[in-house]
Design a protein. Structure first.
Length: 300
């Protein structure tokens, strides 16, 4: 148990150090908040890093308009509790203004449309550092990221041109118009996240816990039955006990059959599963390099 606590406290200290480095090196940082457990963890760590003062960064949520209702409810309650400044970039508004074109067909999703809205929101807010909850164990493209990950004036990422970060020295120097993505929990694993959230008793969205929901199966993935996903004639809707391992746009976020109703149940489940948490994300299955392609163009 002592090793377990020591391990989590070391990860916590590293993340808090990085968050304080962001405050020291950048003029206008912002936390990218999705309502998922990783962005919740980053926000909680930021709260710890600057206590008793309030979090010195606003929260930015890129709203696809196709979110789970539980996500928005949790987001609004958390912002009220923290007294934080919430900024919302709307994909629906960008579509209405003609800046984006809605995808068509059965596999249409607004997930990729978030990139334009994110970059536009960062530009309008003149943010020079966007703090995200990505972790290296999630996906092979995210494993290539540094803690301080440089983006050029177009918001693009070059995985072959990154700065060394020896001895926890972070180089935040940039030219005007460029910015950084910062990933304070890069070294955490999914299991680390859940163990820490359990240790700190952090409140979480109900989506993470097993509940009855109408679902259907597509390409080996269970998807929630929502009006945003057109179904084929052979796709049968049924009710099941499920939970989310990741939270995003309903059109691409798979759910998992589960009976885990507590955080300790989830820890036991994660410790024994052979499927990665993004194994249920339909957007990652569009191609072998789907995530890296999106990130190169400015995605989270």
């Amino acid at each position: 148990m002592s090793y377990y606590l020591s391990h989590l406290k070391e990860l916590e200290a590293e993340s808090i150090f990085i968050l304080r480095e962001v405050a020291a090196q950048f003029e206008r940082p912002v936390i990218l908040f999705s309502g998922g457990k990783d962005s919740i963890l980053v926000t909680y760590l930021a709260q710890k890093a600057f206590y008793p003062a309030r979090i010195p960064f606003p929260l930015l949520h890129i709203d696809t308009g196709h979110n789970f209702d539980e996500t928005i409810e949790y987001r609004d309650n958390l912002v009220k509790q923290l007294g934080a400044n919430l900024l919302v970039g709307s994909v629906q508004s960008a579509i209405d203004e003609g800046a984006l074109t809605e995808e068509k067909g059965y596999n249409a999703s607004r997930n990729s449309l978030q990139t334009h809205v994110l970059l536009d929101s960062l530009e309008k807010g003149k943010f020079d550092a966007a703090i995200g909850g990505a972790r290296r164990d999630e996906e092979k493209a995210r494993a290539k990221e540094r803690f301080f990950s440089h983006r050029d004036e177009f918001g693009q990422w070059d995985p072959k041109n990154q700065r060394p970060e020896l001895w926890n020295l972070f180089n935040g120097k940039k030219h005007y118009g460029e910015h950084f993505r910062v990933f304070p929990i890069s070294n955490w694993t999914e299991l680390d996240v859940w163990q820490y959230l359990a240790m700190e008793n952090v409140p979480l969205p109900s989506l993470y816990f097993a509940h009855k929901r109408k679902v259907f199966k597509r390409d080996g993935i269970l998807l929630a039955d929502t009006p945003y996903i057109p179904k084929r004639e052979d796709e049968e809707v049924f009710e099941a006990m499920v939970r989310c391992r990741t939270i995003g746009d309903t059109t691409c976020t798979g759910v998992w059959e589960s009976n885990a109703t507590t955080v300790n149940d989830i820890i036991a489940e994660v410790a024994t599963t052979r499927t990665t948490e993004r194994g249920g994300r339909a957007d990652d299955k569009r191609s072998e390099t789907a995530m890296e392609d999106r990130k190169k163009h400015g995605y989270f």
